[in-house]
Write a protein that binds this ligand. Structure first.
Ligand SMILES: O=C(O)C[C@H]1NC(=O)NC1=O
Length: 244
């Protein structure tokens, strides 16, 4: 089985970290290809960043179809381009936010999300609503750190994330924590050790869900809104994206 794990931002060190987290849980016989677009934001910290990153995600899905990938993970907590990506393939496409929230809902009656920037809290809140997770997702918190601080061990990011996870445990009645950034994928065990709760990283959760769906011989529905895109010309610099 071949799974393409797409980091929608363009920071290679984060892509490598995400790939390592994916490989750590992948079953024997599952090959992980971790990639990021060559163009786009170095980090995704706003609606604008997310919107621009989607074209790179879709480029990687289109390339993956030619590479005969068995499934895809979108490894950014905003799940950018998830539905558009699903239109492009019959294979499963799983976002790390949806994966982490669903897994957390199987482990605790309430969970909190701890993400990076205060500004992106609303994005995670909207995802919880759209995924039907509001009954489980008690609160979305932020460590109030730039995403790329996660790439700098001297930034103090780990301590700020742990502090916010403790507040979630003590103030939100959270029974589990969802890590709200693909760049936190390497911190899961250390944070769980510090706070004594299940901590769910969406990269790992998404990889296992793709494996499960493929093993069930299931994939993305092509009936209705997730059917392949409507054939039409796209003009200008997006002409190469014209659905056939
Ligand atoms: O939304 C966030 O804060 C995290 C999100 N941004 C990013 O560049 N990778 C992510 O997972």
């Amino acid at each position: 089985m071949k799974i393409k794990v797409i980091n929608p931002n363009t920071t290679v060190s984060m892509t490598q970290k995400i790939g390592a987290a994916a490989r750590a849980v992948a079953s024997p016989g599952t090959d992980i290809l971790a990639v990021n677009p060559q163009s786009g934001p170095v980090s995704i910290e706003s609606h604008f960043d997310e919107a621009v990153s989607v074209v790179g995600v879709l480029d990687e899905i289109r390339r993956g179809e030619r590479e005969n990938m068995d499934g895809y993970v979108i490894a950014c907590f905003g799940d950018p381009g998830l539905m558009a990506a699903r239109e492009l393939t019959k294979k499963p496409v799983i976002g790390i936010a949806e994966a982490a929230m669903h897994v957390a809902s199987l482990l605790a009656t309430r969970f909190s999300v701890v993400t990076t920037m205060n500004r992106t809290i609303v994005i995670a809140e909207h995802l919880a609503r759209n995924y039907g997770m509001e009954a489980f997702c008690n609160k979305v918190r932020a460590a109030d750190i730039p995403v790329l601080d996660l790439e700098d061990p001297a930034s103090g990011a780990f301590g700020r994330i742990v502090d916010e996870c403790r507040r979630a445990r003590d103030e939100d009645r959270a029974g589990a924590i969802v890590l709200g950034c693909g760049g936190m994928a390497d911190l899961t065990d250390a944070i769980s050790h510090e706070i004594g709760l299940p901590v769910i990283d969406g990269v790992s959760a998404a990889v296992k869900l793709v494996e499960a769906i493929v093993s069930l011989r299931l994939g993305t529905s092509k009936h209705g809104d997730l059917d392949y895109p409507i054939a039409k010309p796209f003009v200008g610099r997006f002409a190469y994206l014209s659905p056939e």
